[in-house]
Design a protein around this ligand. Sequence first.
Ligand code: MRU
Length: 338
Amino acid sequence: MKVRALIPLEDTVKILDQTRLPKEMIYNEYGDYRDIVASIKKLEIRGAPAIGIAGAYALAIAARADVDTDVEHFKRVLTDVASEIKDARPTAANLAWAVNRVLNVAHEYQGDNKAEFAIHLWDEAGAILKEDEELCNAIGRHGEELIKDGDTILTHCNAGILATGGMGTALAVIYAAHERGKRIRVYADETRPLLQGARLTAWELQQAGIEVVLNVDSASGILMRQGRISCVILGADRIAQNGDIANKIGTYNVAVLARHHRIPFYVAAPYSTFDRSLETGDDIPIEERSPEEVVNWGGIRIAPEGVDVYSPAFDITPHELISAYITDKGVLPGGRDD
Ligand code: MRU
């Protein structure tokens, strides 16, 4: 079976518990929307497109409850449920985008057949999942043209199969280039504090037979200085109207370094990550995570008791540090002037 972040079953979903990777591959089956919300919060499922898909299914699952309730009443209930799902993680545009898409189907439904109503919502969640797979393929196709045989690519966090409904965004570019026979080496930032790079990206690329080297986040500077990086490719959680992006904490540092070393800095994302309602990156809400994720390492306390912690999960990279956006529609120029 192919690795997938989420697999829909008849009226439940299976979510790959990414907190347990790479040690064990365990899928949890959920048939209650509240469990999916908890799963998103815990990062069992993570990555902007993947949490969008999970959120869409969560709402569709909620629509299956209370078979006897009338449809109009249920539309109001679902509006509240949708808000609860969207609040699970605030930064990624894809979560609210996908949940709203399913909610719109609910509001547009004109009949009074509750079972039929629920099926429409389920089908919309399925359409979002299927579409995301196609968006990933398109990103891979367009981005692959930027990659040369022998390139070494730095990536941050995980923007691959585990973060989407398909081949990923940043990693889709790498998979597509690999498939075309280009020899590629990937440097994966480990991505403190939750180690998506070490646990997920390194694992995913190994599974695909792509050469991957794991480095601590703070090594990206020396890697660039030593001339070991041809380009940076990573994903995004939200892209504002002016092209500023939110992505995993540490992305901004990498972007500044890449600019200093004149190394192309590419952001790969589908249209669902673009948020035209926000003018600049300063308007993007940044999720803050629990201090526990920083003061403990592998279950062992590594910081003194009582220490203050600041733990933003994402940062903003301004558009002037971005060379190009690799999207499902093609490669769009960024704001960097070199
Ligand atoms: O906290 P996470 O693991 O959900 O953060 C994920 C990222 O920052 C990814 O780079 C982003 O969502 C793009 S995934 C295609």
